[in-house]
Design a protein around this ligand. Structure first.
Ligand SMILES: Cc1cc2nc3c(=O)[nH]c(=O)nc-3n(C[C@H](O)[C@H](O)[C@H](O)COP(=O)(O)OP(=O)(O)OC[C@H]3O[C@@H](n4cnc5c(N)ncnc54)[C@H](O)[C@@H]3O)c2cc1C
Ligand SMILES: *[C@@H]1O[C@H](CO)[C@@H](O)[C@H](O)[C@H]1NC(C)=O
Ligand SMILES: *[C@@H]1O[C@H](CO)[C@@H](O)[C@H](O)[C@H]1NC(C)=O
Ligand SMILES: *[C@@H]1O[C@H](CO)[C@@H](O)[C@H](O)[C@H]1NC(C)=O
Ligand SMILES: *[C@@H]1O[C@H](CO)[C@@H](O)[C@H](O)[C@H]1NC(C)=O
Ligand SMILES: *[C@@H]1O[C@H](CO)[C@@H](O)[C@H](O)[C@H]1NC(C)=O
Ligand SMILES: *[C@@H]1O[C@H](CO)[C@@H](O)[C@H](O)[C@H]1NC(C)=O
Ligand SMILES: *[C@@H]1O[C@H](CO)[C@@H](O)[C@H](O)[C@H]1NC(C)=O
Length: 472
């Protein structure tokens, strides 16, 4: 049984673990650092570019863990998995019984997709959390006739919205649908890009919608816009879509879960899906779009406090309920008092932000300095590329937590850009920017400063008016 001594210990080689190592390499390169990674491949973040102070875009790739040695002179890599954490004596023990004694530790063990049980037995159950994988699976769907979609988040909604020519049964555990990622208006924008290019107009449309009541009373000022989406109950409209042969395309079943999956090769459909309400559905595929669960698969001498979602509860410095034990990324549950326009969403962006914060706080602990929480936690941002378009999500981009008393201002130019502003009391609360809109910085400022936009009316999104001029 060997023992390694280190100042800093990082557990896990995902975005969070690697970012923590990178940040410590900058802050404290002369100190010893150990990373424990269960896999020889770790994540590499590259091409980092800033669209605004808090809006950062980067690429993520897999790379050999050994490449981390280039960036940190005093790094040691332990290819193993942590099985026990002794927080009193500050020792982490691995599966191979290696003990690592640390001063401060950051747990970055991520999450595991909350797949349907036994799902890895079948290659007809596809786990999806991102639209990149949505593209892949569209190929697979070509020969399918019926699929079951599980999950009530944005990805599930998007799949339902974006697929055609296949029967869909959408299984939802709750009695509502929450669009956590991209909204149906945006999905429609993407769908447009797949249509025959020469037939489409490229006219810019601006419209304002008032969301003011629960019962789907959505008032559209511009009634010409064909986009029926965006109402709180937009998905209801999909339920009655019939294809040319008169067949129902979508059925939504609420408040049920998948109980079991059975492969039945001799039948018309390959899978039998048994639901908790006793019903059995036959299908070719199951799409599981149910998010991740924080992964803590090691034991601990003292129990670490959990957040409501099961993640390790952390304060604004990413420290858990036990001193000198930090956590970042999908495994962490942000239990500090959030800024009004920030919320947790388990994505690369936040794994990176949390890990940067954790590294600063760990360094401060060792050097007896004080830290402030990083500015990035003032505003939720996420930047990604979907179907070749830049997608930037800011603040309460889907009206999260705003009740029904908010307005949506939209500007959309097919195959060029899609801009959605979420306003409350005349102030910008969130935005979705698709395409090269160059509005990131302005939106960031408008949200953070809560500037009253009432005087500008719909001009805020008038492409012929340079809004930036107003604020110079
Ligand atoms: C299919 C899928 C697609 C996604 N697509 C996107 C996307 O396009 N954009 C986006 O922003 N986000 C996306 N996400 C979310 C994103 O992957 C996560 O938010 C992010 O990777 C979290 O990083 P992390 O470092 O916290 O955890 P992880 O990336 O999960 O890394 C954790 C690491 O810790 C290791 N580990 C676990 N337990 C132990 C242990 N006991 N000892 C040692 N090592 C351990 C694991 O092997 C793993 O390498 C996606 C998630 C999934 C599942
Ligand atoms: C914990 O997770 C890691 C990474 O996924 C894995 O290698 C290890 O075997 C797991 N340990 C246990 C006890 O399940
Ligand atoms: C970085 O960006 C360039 C240009 O967009 C691209 O060619 C390259 O593949 C990217 N690198 C990684 C690691 O993704
Ligand atoms: C990540 O990849 C980039 C580009 O391929 C490289 O320059 C950089 O050194 C890599 N970083 C690490 C930590 O491996
Ligand atoms: C680690 O130690 C435990 C208890 O001492 C022992 O049961 C186990 O076999 C050891 N594992 C390895 C891989 O040496
Ligand atoms: C697209 O539309 C044009 C004109 O309507 C037509 O000539 C062309 O064949 C169509 N292309 C495809 C791929 O459908
Ligand atoms: C209508 O849907 C059914 C089942 O999804 C399919 O078999 C049929 O081919 C579809 N018809 C058309 C015209 O798309
Ligand atoms: C930090 O404070 C502790 C206890 O007060 C002390 O032992 C340690 O030497 C200090 N470290 C530094 C770098 O000043």
């Amino acid at each position: 049984m060997s023992t390694i001594k280190t100042r800093y210990l990082v557990i896990g080689g995902g975005i969070a673990g690697v970012t923590c190592v990178e940040t410590l390499a900058i802050l404290h390169p002369e100190e010893k650092l150990v990373i424990i990674t269960a896999s020889s491949l770790v994540k590499n973040v590259s091409n980092v570019s800033f669209y605004a102070k808090t809006v950062v875009k980067f690429d993520v790739k897999d790379t050999e863990a050994s490449s981390l040695l280039k960036i940190h002179p005093n790094l040691k890599i332990v290819y193993d998995s942590v099985k026990y954490l002794d927080t009193k004596n500050k020792i982490a023990v691995t599966d191979d019984n290696v003990s690592i004694q640390y001063d401060v530790v950051c747990i970055c063990t991520g999450g595991i997709p909350r797949l349907i049980s036994d799902s890895n037995k079948f290659n007809r159950i596809l786990g999806i959390r991102d639209t990149d994988s949505v593209k892949d699976f569209q190929e697979k769907l070509k020969d399918g006739r019926r699929m079951v979609i599980v999950g009530n988040g944005g990805i599930a909604s998007e799949i339902v919205h974006a697929t055609q020519g296949i029967q869909k049964v959408w299984v939802i555990r709750d009695d509502y649908i929450s669009a956590t990622f991209v909204d149906p208006g945006a999905a429609e924008f993407f769908q447009d890009t797949f249509r025959n290019k020469s037939e489409e107009n490229k006219d810019t449309t601006i419209l304002r919608r008032h969301i003011f009541s629960e019962d789907d009373t959505v008032v559209s000022i511009n009634k010409n816009l064909k986009s029926a989406a965006l109402g709180p109950d937009w998905y209801r409209k999909l339920e009655n879509v019939k294809n040319a042969s008169g067949e129902q395309e979508l059925e939504i079943i609420y408040k049920v879960e998948v109980e079991s999956v059975e492969e039945v090769n001799e039948q018309e459909f390959a899978l039998n899906i048994k639901l908790t309400n006793g019903r059995t559905i036959q299908c070719d595929f199951v799409i599981s779009a149910t998010g991740v669960e924080p992964a803590v698969n090691f034991s601990c001498d003292e129990s670490l406090k959990r957040g409501f979602d099961g993640g390790l509860a952390v304060d604004e410095f990413q420290e858990t309920s036990i001193k000198d034990v930090f956590a970042a990324g999908d495994v962490a549950s942000a239990t500090w008092q959030h800024a009004p326009h920030w919320f947790q969403l388990r994505l690369w962006t936040q794994a990176r932000q949390m890990a940067g914060m954790a590294a600063k706080a760990m360094h401060a602990r060792i050097t007896n300095e004080t830290v402030l929480q990083d500015f990035c936690f003032e505003l939720f941002t996420h930047c990604t590329t979907l179907f070749g378009y830049r997608v930037v999500l800011l603040g309460k981009y889907n009206g999260q937590g705003l009740g029904n008393d908010y307005e949506i201002l939209l500007r959309t130019t097919p195959r060029h850009e899609y801009i959605k502003f979420v306003l409350q009391n005349g102030r910008l609360q969130g935005a979705i920017l698709i395409g090269e809109t160059d509005l990131e910085e302005m939106c960031e400022n408008l949200i953070l400063d809560q500037i009253d936009l009432t005087p500008f009316g719909d001009d805020i999104l008038n492409p012929d008016i340079d809004i930036d001029d107003y604020f110079d």
